[in-house]
Design a protein around this ligand. Structure first.
Ligand SMILES: [Fe+2]
Length: 192
């Protein structure tokens, strides 16, 4: 399975870069695969279907590829525990394919997928990295520095370095492709 899995995930990276091409993401940023992909035990696996159902014609090819290997993506959540929602990691998280701790190791570029289950707030947070999102599935509310708008699949959202942002889902789960670039993609995001 492993070799076949590696090929499928590599295809996901290629398709993701293709989707972002208009935003000048350089495919030369794809490093060598140095780590392996294993069966995930994340609580997010239960959203495999619901988070990949509400795409657009443009994002559907990538969603189809993700669905096939969803359970083998490195889903995680590593914020400090919040007093107001101790189990938030069961409702949201991300799978990083390229990054400092990802199977495709890079210290200057990240690429992954953020998943937020229905009726969940991803609270205000910030990070030094410049973050570019492309919505793959689900309509949700996105807020950047206090300005909120509803974003649909296919839309691109830019979060400049250290600007506070949050997302709120309603009846649809959100799955979005993200990249981190800029001077510092190693410092983790933190809640504010
Ligand atoms: Fe962010």
């Amino acid at each position: 399975m492993s070799k076949e899995l590696d090929i499928k995930i590599r295809k996901i990276i290629d398709e993701a870069i293709k989707l972002l091409n208009e935003n000048n993401i350089d495919s030369n940023n794809i490093p060598e695969q140095t780590g392996s992909f294993e069966k995930s035990t994340s609580p997010l696996l239960k959203y495999a279907e619901s988070s990949t159902l509400h795409g657009s014609k443009e994002t559907e090819p990538l969603l189809r590829l993700i669905r096939e290997v969803f359970d083998y993506l490195p889903w995680k959540y590593n914020y400090e525990e919040r007093e107001d929602k101790k189990d938030l990691g069961s409702y949201m998280g991300w799978a990083e394919l390229i990054g400092p701790e990802a199977p495709y190791k890079s210290d200057d570029f990240c690429l992954g997928f953020t998943l937020i289950s229905p009726y969940t707030l991803y609270p205000e947070h910030r990070h030094p990295a410049i973050e570019l999102y492309k919505v793959l599935s689900g309509i949700a509310e996105w807020t950047l520095e206090g300005a909120t708008s509803k974003r649909v699949p296919g839309e691109v959202i830019l979060h400049p370095s250290n600007k506070i942002h949050k997302m709120q889902t309603y009846d649809q789960a959100l799955l979005a492709l993200y990249t981190w670039s800029g001077n510092d993609v190693v410092t983790l995001s933190e809640y504010v």
